[in-house]
Design a protein around this ligand. Structure first.
Ligand SMILES: [Zn+2]
Length: 415
């Protein structure tokens, strides 16, 4: 006897198969103790949220709201709040967002812990979340120096100290350093630290509308020099939305050659970038579609959920994919499927998790059953996650809402 069989499971390639699970892993077959007929619904490996500031989630309005909506006012509001945060407060809020995420099929998250300033509550709280919630969700923690490492005495040491506490990735924010020379110095320092401590790299890079912000090329060069292909991620990269064509194509080639992952965060960036432009306004997104065409791995993050930068959000990565699709013109049928891959398997590549990710015999039985037959319908409807399975166990189940108009059911589908 095996634990579970899903019958009539439709995979991304359109094939309909039976999926068998035993001992927490996908297996080849057997007589199941439990069977779920998923009736032709799409089954994918879990959603992967590649960028989430879990330490700030659910703090919206504390101590005040960000009324201008700018990145800078957000950083100021956060700066006022963070000295008073405790490890327990960070843990409780972050754990709640991990529960929201898992309930909606996100079982892998890369979180960012702010390590600027004296309070270690953010990094300690998130490391506890990573370790204590590991059964529910696989979490990686990045040490993220929100205020840079050269603007204030001691912040460079605090970044290194956070690495010693056990974070998975070294972060940075070169465009936020006081000068571009210090930004360059920061990128090099991040690579040195990552190499020295055997960690991955995930840098907030060129998150600005300034076309002169060009730290991504430095990251690409350092990745090649240090031989770190596949272990380096550049997040946000919104200045790419303002680069002219010649430089853009040269940069995309560099990124491809370096094997850098790029993470697009549609929520905050759709509200922040271009905000100060007169009309016509820029969109301020990384060149997602063009990067994919070049062969660069791109994935998605929720980034901000009810925090000083964004008062909305509910930790749904399909919603993020829906928004990114619009801002990056990814509306072709195959492009829509690719956008769902950016939210799933491409995310697993960014987190370098491929060994434990995917619907394949022998791998951990993690998957999501969408209440829709294909990627287009998943994103169009932002489809209900009917069942979420983690290590072979059904951990979340959602009953789709039913709408009736004058007593007759409305399904929002064409059949
Ligand atoms: Zn971020």
């Amino acid at each position: 006897m095996i634990d579970l069989t899903l019958t009539n499971a439709r995979l991304m390639d359109g094939s309909v198969v039976e999926l068998h699970v035993d001992g927490g892993r996908f297996v080849s077959g057997g007589e199941p103790r439990r069977t779920i007929d998923v009736e032709g619904r799409l089954v994918t490996p879990p959603l992967v949220d590649c960028h989430l500031h879990l330490d700030a989630s659910l703090t919206v309005g504390r101590p005040r709201f960000n009324e201008s909506g700018t990145l800078i006012e957000g950083i100021h509001v956060w700066g006022e709040l963070k000295p008073s945060l405790t490890e327990q407060d960070v843990f409780d809020r972050a754990a709640e967002i991990v529960r929201w995420s898992a309930a909606q099929g996100t079982l892998f998250i890369r979180a960012h812990a702010d390590v600027s300033g004296e309070n270690e509550a953010m990094v300690r709280g998130l490391l506890r979340v990573r370790d204590e919630l590991a059964e529910l969700c696989t979490i990686q923690v990045t040490a993220f120096p929100q205020d840079g490492i050269y603007a204030r005495e001691g912040d460079e040491e605090r970044l290194e100290n956070a690495i010693r506490l056990g974070v998975d990735c070294v972060g940075g924010i070169p465009h936020y350093e006081p000068t571009s020379e210090l930004g360059l110095k920061e990128v090099h320092r991040v690579f040195e630290l990552a190499k020295q401590h055997h960690r991955r790299i995930d840098v907030h890079c060129d998150e600005t509308d300034d076309p002169a912000s060009r730290f991504l090329e430095v990251m690409a060069d350092d990745t090649v020099k240090h031989g770190l292909a596949g272990r380096v991620t550049a997040s946000h990269c919104t200045a790419m939305g303002s680069y002219e064509p010649y430089y853009s194509s040269k940069l995309r080639g560099f990124l491809k050659r370096a094997g850098i992952n790029v993470v697009v965060n549609p929520y905050a960036n759709s509200l922040i970038q271009g905000r100060l432009d007169p009309y016509p306004k820029r969109r301020g997104f990384a060149q997602l579609k063009e990067l994919l065409a070049e062969g660069v791995n791109v994935s998605l993050g929720n980034d901000v959920i009810m925090d000083p930068w964004y008062s909305l959000g509910k930790a749904d990565l399909v919603d993020a994919a829906h928004l990114a699709l619009h801002f990056t013109y990814m509306s072709g049928r195959e492009e829509i499927a690719e956008m769902l891959r950016c939210a799933t398997e491409r995310g697993a590549r960014t987190l370098a998790l491929e060994d434990e990710y995917g619907i394949e015999e022998g791998k951990p039985a993690d998957c999501v059953v969408f209440d829709a037959p294909d990627a287009l319908e998943v994103i169009r409807l932002r489809a209900t996650r009917r069942w979420v399975i983690r290590r072979g166990r059904v951990i979340a189940e959602t009953t789709p809402a039913e709408t009736r108009l004058d007593g007759r059911r409305v399904t929002f589908t064409s059949n």
